[in-house]
Design a protein around this ligand. Structure first.
Ligand code: HPA
Ligand code: ZN
Length: 330
């Protein structure tokens, strides 16, 4: 099955570029930019990756992002992830970035976006990897602050396909961002939001009914509400599920109790993704392998999950069909 997973051309729809920051690169950039980090070496960093909740992870994740300063830093970060994509046969990726994490430290929006997009263009040219960018608002900050970053994004609009919503979920419900999502839609952005990772089903309903999202990031708590399950199935609203993340952040106690296969068999549009692979113990293929190891999942179901990722992507229907044809041949 490992070989089969490797061979399948795959898409990734839930990936935070700041969450691909490997400790080796973090140390290198900290030194280059003369920024201190609270760890002596790479081993110490990895040891700190023992999380008890989403917040315990976010504290470390934002601290790590502090060493990203120059355009080339954002390029290097993105390029390292794209090399992993090539290695793991990920042919299409929809990448989230958190501009507020950087602009709040005085880093210019254009530094962030130019570094990331230069790497994406190089990967398209050299490896044929296609990609889109999703600009995520930090939900622990205010809606006014989200409006400021939305405004700042307008000159770079052709480089950004969608907006998203991430960071601390509980206490920061979708309704807090209703107006800025409405404005983003008017500007032509596609919409996604994290919901139902730690938050209850009201967060998923809110993302659907108040933010009008095209996809839900995570959404695993949907099975606590029969009506919601039925709705997600009927409308085929995609859920970008991240199995290793859910176990690492204790949203699920063990992989064998993960509900992704149950949701797939119930007819929901579920997909597999890596979220923050440097922090959660693996990239996309590792997520698939972990599912195969712990859950009773067939080859056909693995294939279905991979096909779902293309169907749930923001690619056009011709591109989607082309990729699905490629998968069918594997
Ligand atoms: N949830 C919320 N915010 C995040 C995550 C996540 O899994 N990863 C990076 N920011
Ligand atoms: Zn996420």
């Amino acid at each position: 099955m490992k070989k089969y997973i490797q061979k399948l051309p795959k898409a990734e729809l839930h990936l935070h570029i700041e969450g691909t920051f490997e400790p080796e690169l973090m140390f290198k950039l900290a030194k280059k930019n003369n920024i201190s980090i609270p760890y002596k070496n790479v081993e110490e960093v990895r040891k700190a990756y023992n999380f008890t909740s989403l917040q315990s992870f976010l504290d470390i994740y934002y601290a790590g992002a502090n060493v990203l300063v120059e355009e080339e830093d954002f390029f290097d970060l993105t390029w390292e992830y794209l090399l992993r994509c090539k290695e793991q046969n990920i042919v299409h990726t929809e990448i989230m970035f958190d501009p507020q994490t950087h602009t709040s430290r005085g880093i210019k929006f254009e530094i962030v976006i130019n570094g990331i997009t230069k790497a994406l263009e190089k990967a398209k040219k050299e490896f044929g990897i296609t990609s889109f960018l999703i600009m995520s608002f930090l939900r622990h900050l205010s809606q006014e602050e989200a409006f400021v970053i939305l405004e700042e994004s307008i000159p770079f609009k052709e480089k950004i396909l969608a907006v998203g919503l991430d960071s601390s979920e509980i206490g920061n419900p979708p309704q807090k961002f209703q107006d800025v999502f409405k404005k983003a839609k008017e500007l032509g952005y596609k919409l996604v939001a994290h919901a139902g990772e730690e938050g209850d089903t009201s967060y998923i309903w809110g993302a659907i009914n108040l933010l009008h999202v095209d996809r839900i990031d995570h959404g695993i708590r949907c099975d606590e509400d029969e009506k919601l399950l039925e709705y997600l199935k009927q409308k085929q609203i995609p859920l970008t599920v991240c199995p290793l993340s859910n176990v690492k952040l204790k949203a699920v106690d063990t992989m064998s109790n993960h509900n992704i296969v149950k949701l797939l068999r119930a007819g929901l549009m579920v997909t597999v993704n890596s979220d923050d692979p440097s922090y959660f113990g693996g990239y996309l293929n590792d997520n698939f392998e972990s599912l195969v190891k712990s859950l009773d999942i067939s080859k056909e179901e693995v294939k279905k999950l991979v096909i779902n990722s293309f169907k749930a992507s923001f690619l056009n229907s011709v591109q989607i069909e082309k990729y699905i044809e490629m998968i069918k041949e594997v």
